[in-house]
Design a protein around this ligand. Structure first.
Ligand SMILES: [Zn+2]
Ligand SMILES: [Zn+2]
Length: 134
């Protein structure tokens, strides 16, 4: 099975995961917006046997949202979001932006779209530059 790697920004925390995912979820719920500080979280889900830590498990800090199956796990050095085990531990939630290679994704789905802020709608219509604007 083909694997790809991912890490936090400072590389203390790194992992390996399967390259192919059934689904990618863009979640705009209140918790995901606060957790990411952005319009939505971009999360891939994988079964636990398709995921392994390579380094830095001791550098991970976890915040559990009270009463919900939502966690924020992050590198204590650089603050980047890193993967976390959901609920019963059978699934690992992988922040898509932490991957070093492009995953193969079967289906992309937006959830909690009703909670998406208006400033993040119609992204395909805004001024776009390949890097910093000239
Ligand atoms: Zn880090
Ligand atoms: Zn969410």
């Amino acid at each position: 099975m083909q694997k790809i790697k991912g890490s936090c920004l400072c590389s203390a925390v790194s992992f390996e995961v399967v390259k192919t995912f059934d689904k990618l979820f863009f979640c705009s719920c209140d918790q995901c917006r606060q957790i990411t500080g952005s319009a939505f979280a971009s999360n891939l889900f994988v079964t636990a046997d398709g995921f392994s830590w390579l380094s830095g498990a001791e550098d991970i800090v976890r915040y559990q949202v009270p009463g919900r199956d939502i966690s924020k796990t992050f590198c204590r050095i650089c603050g980047s979001g890193v993967p976390w085990s959901s609920g019963d531990g059978s699934k690992v939630v992988v922040p898509a932006g932490s991957l070093h290679e492009e995953p193969v994704v079967g289906e992309r789905t937006r959830i909690f779209a009703a909670e998406q802020p208006s400033w993040s709608l119609r992204l395909e219509q805004i001024n776009t530059h390949p890097g910093f604007p000239e």
